[in-house]
Design a protein around this ligand. Structure first.
Ligand SMILES: [Zn+2]
Length: 330
């Protein structure tokens, strides 16, 4: 799928295909929630389709397209981070391992089953282990004919330079607000007001798909808001720890970080400054009056540490209890 904000990137692919100069390796870079993975699938479909349109988009009708729609095309391969086969941990270490890359490269070296391209999409490529990355490097350096490897990442700095330097980079940037808002409006299932759309987009740093996801996560947001404002509402925040443990850890941590940055903004720039959690401005202002800046930054470090070491197995209820306790004592 090509989203309205990806026209420029598609134009670039179109030109490469016209000139028959598609590189063997491409790195699709940009923030989360911009639809890079969908774009990579559209690219794969375009090169595998047997009768693409004039602007090189897949026809959706040929045999290849039907296999692609059924996710059974033998010349398209996907890799994404996986937990170790025998892991029983609730938060296992996710990675893309050397064995999977070896298998992939071996398949890419074989003749294509449909006589055209062989395509690999590696999602969240930053999860490649070092040995997997080294193994992939060989295929990126000497790919067979008609091989296309698409690496998708929102954290390219975690990829080895050697991999990055062997790929053509395709950047995706945050679209203008009006483009995102009209797309969200057109694709929203629920009854959501224009203000709520704006708010979700702001919270998602302008990424439309992340905003869409957020809109579907209303319950999570309500629990998080209740937990973060418990102390000013005269309630006990620890009661929310059990509930928070039901949601994705990363998005709760990111949500908490947005509260921290709102507080930091209010402290540094005064009550008029724009904030992310606009709907709770009054409570955030009340919090800002009692917060100690140093403790706030220590709390931010605590959140970032947990985000960075997200793979460490922890008792989540305990984690939220600790964090909420720190938050209440800022
Ligand atoms: Zn087709």
């Amino acid at each position: 799928m090509i989203y309205p904000w990806q026209q420029q990137q598609w134009q670039h692919i179109h030109q490469l295909l016209e000139a028959d100069r598609l590189p063997h390796g491409m790195l699709l870079l940009g923030n989360q929630g911009l639809g890079k993975a969908d774009f990579s699938v559209a690219m794969a479909n375009a090169v595998l389709c047997q009768s693409p349109s004039d602007d090189h988009q897949a026809c959706g009708r040929c045999k290849s397209c039907r296999l692609l729609a059924a996710e059974t095309h033998p010349d398209l391969h996907y890799l994404s981070p996986k937990a170790p086969a025998k892991s029983k941990s609730k938060n296992p270490v996710m990675s893309i391992r050397i064995d999977d890359i070896r298998d992939l490269c071996e398949t890419l070296n074989q003749t294509s089953l449909y006589g055209g391209y062989r395509v690999a999409i590696i999602e969240q490529a930053e999860y490649l282990t070092l040995s997997a990355a080294n193994s992939l490097l060989k295929t990126l350096e000497e790919p067979g004919q008609n091989v296309l490897i698409l690496l998708v990442t929102s954290r390219s700095n975690r990829l080895p330079v050697t991999i990055r330097s062997r790929c053509q980079i395709l950047r995706f940037s945050t679209p203008d607000e009006d483009i995102s808002l009209s797309w969200l409006q057109a694709n929203q299932q629920n009854d959501v007001s224009a203000d709520q759309l704006k708010q979700a987009l702001k919270y998602a740093d302008g990424s439309p798909l992340a905003a869409m996801h957020r809109l579907s996560q209303t319950e999570h947001q309500e629990v998080l808001t209740a937990a973060m404002t418990a102390s000013v509402s005269g309630k006990n925040s620890l009661e929310y720890a059990v509930k928070l443990a039901q949601f994705t850890k990363t998005s709760t941590l990111e949500g908490m970080l947005s509260w921290v940055s709102d507080l930091a903004r209010l402290l540094s720039c005064g009550p008029e400054i724009a904030i992310t959690n606009e709907h709770e401005r009054a409570k955030l202002q009340a919090l800002a009056k009692k917060v100690n800046k140093q403790r706030l930054f220590r709390f931010q470090d605590q959140l970032n540490f947990n985000l960075l070491h997200g793979s460490i197995a922890v008792n989540e209820q305990l984690l939220w209890e600790n964090l909420l306790l720190s938050w209440d004592n800022l």
